[in-house]
Design a protein around this ligand. Structure first.
Ligand code: IPE
Ligand code: IPE
Ligand code: MG
Length: 252
C-alpha cells in the first residue's frame, strides 16, 4: 500500500529541526562520535532537498548550540571542520536549487576560516528565493533575545526609539529571524523532549514533533510522517476549537 502523502495545500511555511542523536548513532555502531556527525550530513542533504521540492519557504536547522562550545575541544574542532567542508561542497547545489543560506547565531565565536566560508556562501546565495535555509550555528535562544534587548536599549539610549514604542514587532525585528515567519512545525530527532535553547521566542506556537529516530537515520519519508501528523493537529492559537475551525490560520 502506498504511504499516505501530506496535503500540499496545507504545508507548514517554516520547519525547524533540532538535529539530535549523531553521537548515539555512532556509539551504537562502535564508532567515534565524529562518524555520527559525518553521517548526519547526508540527512541534511536529503531533508534540504525534500523541503525544497515540497516548496516550503523556510527551513531552520539547529547545527550547533551556544552550549555545544562546552564539548571536548576535539569534537568542536571536528564539527567546525565538517561544517566548512559541507558549506564549500554545497554551494553549487544551493545556487542550482535556488536556496539561500543564512546563519543564525553568535558568529563571532566561529573560527575565522569557517566564518569566511559561511559569509561567502551567504553572499553568493543571497538573491536566491526558492528556499531560505537558516543554519543555527553557535545559536542560543537566550543569547539571541539578549542581543536583541541590547540593540533595542542602545536605540533608546541614542534617542531613536522610545521605550513605549517597543512592541512584539520591534523585538522580532531585532532577532536573527527578522522578517521570517515563525516556525509552524518544530521537529526534534534523537528521542529527547526538550528545546535545548532553540528558537525560544519564535517557537511559541509551533507544533512540536518528537521522534526517537536518530538524526543520521532521518530521511524524507520521516519528514513526510511529521508533516502528516502536523496536518492532523488543530492549531487554535488560544481560541476555541469551534472558532479555529471557522477561521483556520494558515501561512500560505
Ligand atoms: C547532535 O547530535 C549534533 C550536535 C549537537 C552538534 P549529538 O552530538 O548531540 O548526539 P547525541 O545526542 O550525543 O547522540
Ligand atoms: C541540541 O542538541 C543542539 C543541536 C542539535 C545542535 P544537544 O545534544 O546539544 O542537546 P542537549 O544537551 O541534549 O539538551
Ligand atoms: Mg545530543
Amino acid at each position: 500500500m502506498p504511504k499516505p502523502k501530506p496535503d500540499t495545500t496545507a504545508l507548514p511555511c517554516h520547519i525547524a529541526i533540532i538535529m539530535d542523536g549523531n553521537g548515539r548513532w555512532a556509539k551504537q555502531r562502535g564508532k567515534p562520535r565524529l562518524m555520527g556527525h559525518r553521517a548526519g550530513v547526508e540527512s541534511v542533504q536529503d531533508i534540504v532537498r525534500a523541503v525544497r521540492e515540497l516548496g516550503i519557504g523556510v527551513l531552520t536547522l539547529y547545527a550547533f548550540s551556544t552550549e555545544n562550545w562546552k564539548r571536548p575541544p576535539l569534537e568542536v574542532q571536528a564539527l567546525m571542520g565538517l561544517l566548512k567542508t559541507f558549506l564549500e561542497s554545497e554551494l553549487s547545489t544551493m545556487v542550482h536549487n535556488d536556496v539561500s543560506l543564512r546563519c543564525l547565531g553568535q558568529t563571532d565565536r566561529i573560527p575565522p576560516e569557517v566564518r569566511a566560508v559561511m559569509e561567502r556562501v551567504t553572499r553568493e546565495t543571497a538573491s536566491n528565493s526558492g528556499l531560505i535555509l537558516n543554519l543555527a550555528l553557535s545559536y542560543g535562544g537566550r543569547s539571541e533575545i539578549t542581543q536583541a534587548v541590547q540593540a533595542i536599549a542602545r536605540k533608546c539610549a541614542d534617542g531613536v526609539l522610545s521605550p513605549e514604542a517597543i512592541d512584539q514587532a520591534v523585538i522580532e525585528q531585532h532577532l536573527y529571524t527578522a522578517g521570517l515567519p515563525d516556525p509552524d512545525l518544530l521537529i526534534r530527532t534523537g528521542g529527547e523532549t526538550r528545546l535545548s535553547n532553540f528558537l525560544l521566542w519564535q517557537a511559541s506556537y509551533a507544533e512540536l514533533y518528537f521522534t526517537e529516530i536518530l538524526w543520521p537515520d532521518f530521511r524524507k519519508q520521516d519528514l513526510l510522517t511529521a508533516i502528516l501528523e502536523f496536518q492532523q493537529r488543530q492549531r487554535r492559537f488560544g481560541k476555541t476549537g469551534e472558532q479555529a475551525e471557522q477561521t483556520p490560520e494558515h501561512c500560505s
